[in-house]
Design a protein around this ligand. Structure first.
Ligand code: UDP
Ligand code: MG
Length: 322
């Protein structure tokens, strides 16, 4: 590590966060000043439609520790976060939401655990203010569900807010997958991990871009990234149904032999038909989901594209802002 590199890189994915940025910067600066560490705040503008980029560049002019990376379009939070982690120069990195839902005031606690020798310090939510009970309930269910199926335990009630040491950052860079379920990847790399707890605040300003459709897809993404259980379930279900069908066939054949065939049985035929059709469609859907992932991965497209940035290494090529 060269001496110019900061101790701590804060990674902030920003999508339409113009209203929150100055408050975020102030709070981060105050907290970081108190820690006595050198730091940078890597802000990734993820295709914002408001003046997030201009506000970020203004902050950069004010304080060059604010590094701005502008993606070429909206790639989604996971990709924006990946871009930030790839460009972090610090000895550790802390992803932070731009809406101040992750209180910067917790950072010293994260750093203290890092100093004790932990590589990953998870910030675990004790409460979530400003979220509906439905969102809390579905989130709770999701974590319980995915952990029953996933090969690596994914810490419950932990967002992306956590501390990652340099070895973890380097490990993350080695993961080649395109579709990135970051919470899972963070857990997958392992290393010495510990939790600290906090109370999650409501969003400072603006609106969340998450809705239940996105959350549902996010859940599917997480499950199919980290578990083959649905595929196995499809196979087991198929086997179970086949056995039932076989028994039923035996029953029908013997019944016909013993009692003759009165040509009834329309309801049983329909039930069997519909049941089998349903099971087949579900199994196909599950296979399709995994096939889709293979398709995405084989395309091998980059996770994100950068339009410009304020960082030195990038501004040498002519895509920089300066
Ligand atoms: N975000 C992003 N790209 C997106 C959507 C969101 O970079 O396409 C950022 C957003 O600016 C914020 C963080 O991801 O910093 C969390 O988003 P949000 O607050 O909307 O989600 P929630 O906290 O409701 O889960
Ligand atoms: Mg938020």
């Amino acid at each position: 590590m060269t001496t110019n590199n900061p101790n701590v890189s804060l990674i902030v994915p920003c999508h339409n966060e113009a209203e929150n940025l100055s408050a975020l910067y102030e709070r981060v600066r105050n907290v970081m000043e108190s820690t006595g560490k050198t730091w940078e705040m890597v802000c990734i503008n993820d295709g914002s439609k408001d003046d997030t980029l201009d506000r970020l560049l203004a902050l950069h002019d004010l304080d060059p520790r604010v590094v701005v990376i502008d993606l070429s379009r909206n790639f989604g939070k996971e990709a924006a976060l990946t871009a930030g982690l790839d460009h972090a120069l610090g000895d550790c990195a802390i992803p932070l939401d731009a809406d101040l839902q992750d209180p910067p005031e917790l950072i010293p606690e994260l750093l203290a655990k890092w100093k004790e020798g932990y590589d990953v310090v998870n910030a675990v939510r004790l409460t979530r203010k400003g979220e509906t009970w439905l969102k809390r309930a579905t989130s709770y269910a999701f974590y319980r569900f995915i952990n029953r199926m996933s090969e690596v335990p994914i810490p419950a009630d932990t967002g992306d807010f956590r501390l990652l040491s340099r070895p973890v950052l380097d490990a993350l860079k080695m993961l080649p997958e395109r579709r990135r379920f970051m919470k899972g990847l963070f857990a997958w790399v392992g290393f010495r991990t510990i939790d600290v707890h906090y109370h999650r605040e409501p969003r400072l300003s603006g609106k969340t871009t998450w809705n239940y459709w996105k959350l549902w897809n996010f859940a599917i993404e997480g499950i199919t990234s980290f578990s083959r259980v649905p595929l196995q379930l499809a196979a087991h279900l198929g086997l179970a149904v086949s056995i039932l069908a076989f028994l039923y066939a035996a029953y029908l054949i013997i019944g016909t032999l013993v009692y003759g065939n009165p040509v009834k049985g329309y309801p049983s035929m329909m039930v069997t038909l519909l049941f089998l059709g349903g099971v087949q469609l579900i199994a196909l859907g599950v296979i399709g989901e995994y096939l889709g992932r293979i398709y995405e991965e084989t395309k091998g497209r980059p996770v994100y594209l950068i339009r410009g940035s304020t960082t030195k290494s990038l501004h040498d090529d002519k895509h920089g802002f300066e």
